[in-house]
Design a protein around this ligand. Structure first.
Ligand SMILES: Cc1cc2nc3c(=O)[nH]c(=O)nc-3n(C[C@H](O)[C@H](O)[C@H](O)COP(=O)(O)O)c2cc1C
Length: 243
């Protein structure tokens, strides 16, 4: 209940033992068939963080955080085990990518909770899937491995307030999906739209509505289509497109 993304970190190291502790806890996450279809790349050295920063549009957290974790969907290790065991893997397909990506994301969120319970602050980086090809290159990820999300981790050097969430009743559906009336949608987003930071956001960006800030600036179609096409190429190259 007290989660907030932390984007500023103290210039203090995170002990190796603490990292191992949160990763051990992370790996207790449920995993498809107990296959653990993920790998976690730990980046602590400046050179590595500098290289990765360019893949994340130079978001300052990447270089400022003492630890950067890249969570990868990984069928490479499992495929190798199958082949060494006279078993023919059938995981060169899109479903298997989604399966491994789900596993990787569950671990990432468990690591988040474990880190926060140690007093650490974390921030996810969605940019991981935008420039995945470059990350694959930098982290030397083999075929069968695709980065799906990144966490920057460190001791908090800021104390931001919690940001809003939609009311729970706007999110839940009882037994079957109850599609939203226009009024229900307007009510669900009303508080978000009326927040001071949202109003400032709209004004600063010269937009009429908060939704336009999302559609025209933050997550616009042209970017989505371009990055989507790039990701499809990555999935093909990494062996997840039904070859
Ligand atoms: C998959 C994912 C990707 C995200 N990517 C970024 C990012 O690239 N940069 C950033 O500053 N925050 C990023 N965030 C953090 C969100 O902006 C943040 O979770 C959201 O605004 C809610 O704020 P809170 O985490 O403080 O509750 C990401 C969060 C998720 C779950």
């Amino acid at each position: 209940m007290s989660h907030r993304s932390i984007r500023k970190y103290k210039d203090a190291t995170v002990e190796e033992s603490t990292i191992r502790k949160i990763l051990e806890a992370g790996c207790r996450a449920s995993t498809t068939g107990n296959m653990q279809l993920y790998s976690i790349i730990i980046t602590r050295e400046e050179a590595g963080k500098k290289a990765l920063a360019t893949c994340h549009f130079n978001q300052p957290m990447v270089q400022n955080a003492p630890v950067v974790l890249t969570f990868c969907a990984d069928f490479n290790r499992f495929n190798k085990w199958c082949k060494l065991s006279n078993a023919e893997p059938g995981y060169d397909n899109f479903l298997s990518f989604v399966t491994a990506a789900i596993d990787a994301l569950l671990v990432a969120q468990n690591v988040t909770i474990a880190a926060e319970s140690e007093g650490l602050g974390v921030c996810y980086l969605g940019t991981t899937t935008y420039l995945a090809a470059k990350i694959i290159d930098i982290l030397k990820l083999p075929k069968g491995v695709v980065p799906v999300t990144t966490l920057t981790i460190g001791w908090p050097n800021e104390d931001p307030g919690q940001v809003d969430r939609l009311p729970l009743d706007a999110i839940i559906h009882k037994e079957t999906y109850r599609d939203y009336t226009d009024d229900q949608v307007i009510n669900a987003y009303r508080n978000k739209e009326n927040r001071l930071d949202s109003l400032q956001f709209v004004a600063e960006n010269n937009k009429e509505t908060l939704a336009q800030v999302f559609t025209d600036i933050r997550y616009k179609k042209s970017d989505n289509v371009a990055f989507s096409n790039m990701l499809l190429i990555v999935l093909k190259e990494q062996g997840f497109m039904n070859q």
